[in-house]
Design a protein around this ligand. Structure first.
Ligand SMILES: Nc1ncnc2c1ncn2[C@@H]1O[C@H](COP(=O)(O)OP(=O)(O)OP(=O)(O)O)[C@@H](O)[C@H]1O
Length: 266
C-alpha cells in the first residue's frame, strides 16, 4: 500500500451539554494512504460529521491524536479541501470567481493565474463554458461541481467530503459519483468521504469504515477490491453485492444490539 497520509488514533470528542457531558466519539481509529479513497459510513448520529470536522481542523479533539503528513492537526489548512452537502457558494460571484476566491490569500499567484487555475478546475469537473454563470443560474449538481472545483483549486493532499451528494436527485447523484471517480484520479489527492449510502460507499471507496453509535466508535473496516474501471454494471456483480451484504448485516446487528440495550434499561 502507498505511503500513510493521515493517522487518527484513539480519537475522542466529548461535548458539554445542558444534560451533562456527551461522548460523541470514543477511541476512533482511521488511516488514509496517499491516493486512497476512504469512506465513513454509519447510522445517523454516530459521529461521522464530528470526525470529519476534527480532520478539517474546524473542531478540536478531546482525546487521542490526528496526524496528517507527520503533523498534528490543530486548524484548517491548505492541505485539506472541504466539500459539504450545502454548496455554500457566494451568490454574488460568478462560477470562476467562486473557485478563485479560495486562492484569495495566495500572494504567489497573480489574478490572471488564479483565473486560469479556476478555469482549469471548472473544466475538470465538467463545467467548461459555465465559468461566467452565477450559482443561482445553476442546478444543484452544477453548484456542487463548482464547490468541488473550489476545494481542489489549491491542490489539497486530502479532500474531505461530508454527504456531498445528499441534496441531489438520484440520477444527478449517480452522475456526480462517476464524476468524482474521474476527478479523484486526475487530482491525485486522497479522499475522506462521509455518507449514509451503502452503494455509494462501496462504489467509490478503496476502504470503508463502518461506525457504530452510542458513543461513536469503529465497528468494521472493509477493503474494497473491485475493478478500477468502475461503471454502474459493477453494482450487479457478486463481489459488489457481497460487500453490501457485509455492511447491511453489520448495521442490522447494531440495530439489534441497540434495541436490546434500550429494553434492558427500561
Ligand atoms: N457541538 C455539539 N454539541 C453537542 N453535541 C454535539 C455537537 N456536535 C455534534 N453533537 C452530537 O454528536 C453526535 C454525533 O453527531 P454527528 O453530526 O457527528 O453525527 P453523524 O453521524 O454525522 O450524523 P448524520 O449522519 O445524521 O449527519 C450527535 O448526537 C450530535 O447531536
Amino acid at each position: 500500500m502507498s505511503e500513510l497520509l493521515l493517522e487518527a488514533s484513539h480519537v475522542g470528542r466529548t461535548f458539554e451539554t445542558k444534560k451533562g457531558r456527551f461522548t460523541a466519539l470514543n477511541d476512533v481509529h482511521l488511516t488514509i494512504h496517499q491516493h486512497e479513497f476512504v469512506s465513513l459510513l454509519g447510522p445517523s448520529g454516530c459521529g461521522k460529521s464530528t470526525f470529519l470536522r476534527l480532520v478539517a481542523g474546524l473542531d478540536q479533539i478531546t482525546d487521542g491524536t490526528i496526524v496528517l503528513n507527520g503533523q498534528p492537526i490543530t486548524r484548517p489548512g491548505r492541505d485539506r479541501g472541504v466539500v459539504f452537502q450545502q454548496y455554500s457558494l457566494l451568490p454574488w460571484l460568478l462560477a470562476w470567481e467562486n473557485v478563485a476566491f479560495a486562492l484569495k490569500k495566495d500572494r504567489l499567484l497573480n489574478k490572471k493565474q488564479k483565473k486560469e487555475l479556476a478555469y482549469h478546475f471548472l473544466k475538470l469537473v465538467g463545467l467548461e463554458g459555465f465559468e461566467t454563470v452565477y450559482p443561482s443560474q445553476m442546478s444543484g449538481g452544477m453548484q456542487q461541481r463548482v464547490a468541488i472545483a473550489r476545494a481542489l483549486v489549491f491542490k489539497p493532499k486530502l479532500l474531505l467530503m461530508d454527504e456531498p451528494f445528499g441534496a441531489l436527485d438520484a440520477q444527478t447523484r449517480r452522475d456526480m459519483q462517476d464524476l468524482l471517480v474521474k476527478v479523484f484520479k486526475e487530482a491525485q489527492s486522497s479522499v475522506l468521504f462521509v455518507t449514509h449510502d451503502i452503494d455509494e460507499a462501496v462504489y467509490l471507496s478503496d476502504r470503508v469504515y463502518v461506525m457504530a453509535s452510542g458513543p461513536g466508535r469503529n465497528a468494521k473496516e472493509l477493503t474494497i477490491e473491485l475493478p478500477d474501471a468502475r461503471d454502474w454494471s459493477l453494482q450487479l456483480t457478486e463481489p459488489f453485492i457481497a460487500y453490501k451484504k457485509e455492511i447491511i448485516l453489520e448495521l442490522q446487528k447494531q440495530r439489534r444490539e441497540a434495541a436490546e440495550k434500550a429494553a434492558a434499561t427500561r
